[in-house]
Design a protein around this ligand. Structure first.
Ligand code: NGQ
Ligand code: ZN
Length: 454
């Protein structure tokens, strides 16, 4: 029977009591009814909430976790990390890509992500030739998502240059090389895989790696309503390079020359002028914030308070996967602001004074928009993607309902996610992913093979 009864469920307007959730065989919610009576034979849980959307992932980077945390001869930075990452990316095979992604996605599910947007740029063979199937590596990531049971938005990447002045790619970037036609061909090859769990959009890598003309060419060939993601203004050096070569800051350049709208997700958008803050907010685009990776890479802090005041939309991503937990991303999103402003409780609105609830609901809305899929809410027509919290855990004892998400996000490091459903199917039960052992065994084998490639 496709039904679940929650004593408390987080609906778009807040927590509701005695909610009966019903979904169809396709995995879409068909009815969400508060004030229902529990019925015999229907599973009953205490706390249910929508699963989180991870709006920015480079899944292969999961295999680099912990391996870039040593000091080199000169000052380490985003750019020295990037050299290590490139070196690692040279050697991975489609089998590795699939095994690493499956492990990552199972971990993401256990921590409460039920969707992921894969910003996918390792598309060619190590020598720069295409695979026989142009979407080979993208198909492997989608296969991993299906194995793990996470919803996925695949974003094949446009990647042509190594800098703003159309400078040629470096040898270590040859695997990533695509032009507008290549990307549209991959998107077309992926069309048959689109379904309730799978969407396909596009991602110009950055204004360093894709020209404005190429971006507009891809947009012209892209089917309507598909999501468009781009890395932007993550590092001060990127802003300086944009100013030197174009006379404009990256976000300013994008808005001057491309029609940015609600299909867009601007990933990082760390270094913004106040005009740029307002442009992004007014466009309806989502700011894709990845606080743990941004901290790990020394990027800087996003101007969240100003952006929210301007009505901006945001979501979260785990990017390089130094964390696989939405709790940690949201916690550090708020903590970065507290440290910067030397104040408390920044991520709130006039109506929503609970930080945890504001963050979870905001990231659901922005994440769903960025994913281009009907997710992010327990409401008819959306996917049946939900988390059940471990109501027996001490952190959830003696709380008022409005304190539950505050406890989830700001209290301790135990994982309170007990069960996870995606598209009406349980993929995590009692904190165990249903295919955890097989997925982990394959991942360990892959990591052993990749040991020598540092
Ligand atoms: C990436 N990662 O594509 O994996 C980038 C680094 C770049 C982040 N921006 C490469 N966090 O931006 O050139
Ligand atoms: Zn990224």
């Amino acid at each position: 029977m496709n039904q679940l009864f929650a004593r408390h469920a987080l609906l778009p307007d807040g927590w509701c009591a005695d909610v009966l959730l019903e979904w169809n065989q396709a995995g879409d919610l068909v009815a969400v009814t508060p004030g229902s009576a529990p019925a015999a034979g229907i599973e009953c849980v205490e706390y249910a909430l929508p699963g989180m959307i991870n709006l920015h992932s480079h899944s292969f980077q999961r295999a680099l976790g912990g391996r870039t945390e040593f000091a080199g001869d000169s000052h380490d930075s985003f750019w020295t990390w990037r050299d290590l990452m490139y070196r690692f990316a040279r050697n991975i095979t489609p089998d590795h890509i699939e095994a690493i992604a499956a492990q990552l996605f199972a971990e993401c599910l256990r921590h409460g992500y039920t969707s992921v947007c894969e910003f996918h740029y390792v598309q060619r063979q190590p020598d720069g030739a295409w695979y026989d199937r142009p979407a080979e590596t993208a198909e492997r990531v989608i296969a991993a998502a299906r194995l793990a049971g996470i919803g996925v938005t695949m974003l094949p990447v446009l990647y042509s240059y190594s800098g703003f002045n159309d400078s040629p790619l470096k040898p270590e970037q040859q695997r990533f090389r695509t032009d507008a036609d290549d990307v549209l061909r991959v998107i077309e090859a992926l069309a048959p895989l689109r379904d309730g769990q799978t969407e396909v959009g596009v991602a110009p890598h950055s204004l360093r790696a894709a020209s404005i003309a190429q971006i507009n060419a891809v947009l012209a060939g892209l089917p309507p309503e598909r999501p468009v993601h781009v890395h932007i203004a993550e590092q001060q050096a990127e802003v300086q390079q944009a100013l030197a070569h174009t006379g404009r800051r990256p976000v300013q350049l994008l808005f001057d020359q491309v029609a940015v709208d609600g299909r867009w997700c601007l990933v990082h958008a760390t270094h913004l002028s106040s005009t740029e803050v307002r442009s992004i907010a007014a466009s309806g685009a989502v700011a894709g914030l990845c606080p743990t990776t941004e901290a790990n890479l020394g990027d800087g802090l996003f101007p969240l308070e100003d952006f929210l005041a301007a009505g901006g939309r945001f979501g979260i991503g785990s990017d390089s996967h130094v964390s696989q937990s939405p709790v940690e991303e949201l916690r550090w999103l708020e903590y970065g602001q507290r440290l910067h402003h030397q104040r408390r409780n920044i991520a709130v609105s006039k109506e929503q004074r609970q930080v945890g609830e504001f963050l979870w609901q905001g990231a659901l809305q922005g994440g769903a928009q960025a994913a281009g899929r009907p997710v992010g809410a327990l409401a008819p027509g959306r996917r049946a993607d939900l988390l059940v919290l471990d109501d027996g855990h001490p952190n959830l004892c003696g709380l008022a309902l409005h304190e539950v998400l505050g406890s989830l996000i700001f209290s301790g490091n135990d994982n309170l996610v007990r069960d996870v459903m995606v598209g009406g199917r349980w993929v995590v039960r009692n904190a165990q992913h249903v295919a955890q052992q097989a997925i982990a065994a394959r991942f360990k084998h892959t990591m052993a093979e990749l040991r020598e490639f540092r």
